[in-house]
Design a protein. Structure first.
Length: 219
């Protein structure tokens, strides 16, 4: 998958899931749903401005990069919905047209996923190829699901941090998180950049260990 897609999807998840965490600790006067929505709107709006600035130098912005942004918003929306399991829903976006496939627990969840996709600004059409698997247990969302979400959050936060730091080549660094163990791969310009990337990864929430496999480019 193109690094634009990975980075933008990760950034959307980072701000969305971060907003979710903040809403849990915030004043409850507006209610958790309203507070969460406000936090997500503010975070996504700020990030969208940053993404558009970064994309100005790319001829692909009107196509692949914009599709990546839409895909990221879809993934975040599915992750934040308590009725859906984002790990079983695949999204593909091309020129604003969304295709959903994978499995959901019921016809209601199938329709819900489609309506969420249609509600995302910028989506022009939705092809719903989701299949119903009544044996799928998405309501409980047990330890395995929580760990998977934690790993997604960790990867997203690290990618966002690398992209935001002017001294790291965020687009050139691949981040993978499995059970709290982060692996960094790619090429950087100096040993200092490699160390900085490792530090950014190590400071992210839920990180237990960092395998820094970044390679310093030959001068």
């Amino acid at each position: 998958m193109n690094k634009w897609i990975l980075t933008l999807m990760a950034c959307v998840l980072a701000v969305a899931l971060g907003a979710c965490d903040r809403s849990a600790d915030s004043d409850q006067n507006d209610g958790p749903a309203e507070q969460l929505g406000q936090n997500i709107d503010r975070s996504v709006e700020t990030l969208q401005q940053k993404a558009e600035q970064l994309a100005e130098s790319s001829d692909e912005y009107s196509g692949e990069v914009r599709d990546a942004w839409l895909g990221g918003k879809l993934e975040a929306a599915f992750t934040l919905n308590r009725h859906l399991n984002p790990l079983t829903i695949n999204t593909d976006v091309e020129n604003g047209r969304v295709r959903l496939d994978g499995t959901v627990r019921s016809d209601i969840d199938r329709d819900l996923a489609e309506q969420i996709a249609r509600s995302v600004e910028g989506v022009t059409s939705v092809e719903n190829q989701l299949m119903v698997d009544a044996t799928q247990d998405t309501e409980a969302k047990g330890d395995g699901f929580r760990q998977a979400v934690n790993d997604l959050t960790t990867t997203a936060a690290i990618k966002a941090g690398l992209l935001a730091n002017e001294h790291t080549s965020g687009m050139q660094i691949d981040v993978d998180t499995i059970d709290g163990v982060v692996t960094l791969k790619g090429t950087v310009e100096s040993s200092e950049e490699k160390q900085l990337a490792g530090t950014i990864a190590g400071n992210a929430r839920y990180v237990l260990e960092v395998n820094n496999e970044l390679v310093v480019a030959s001068s």
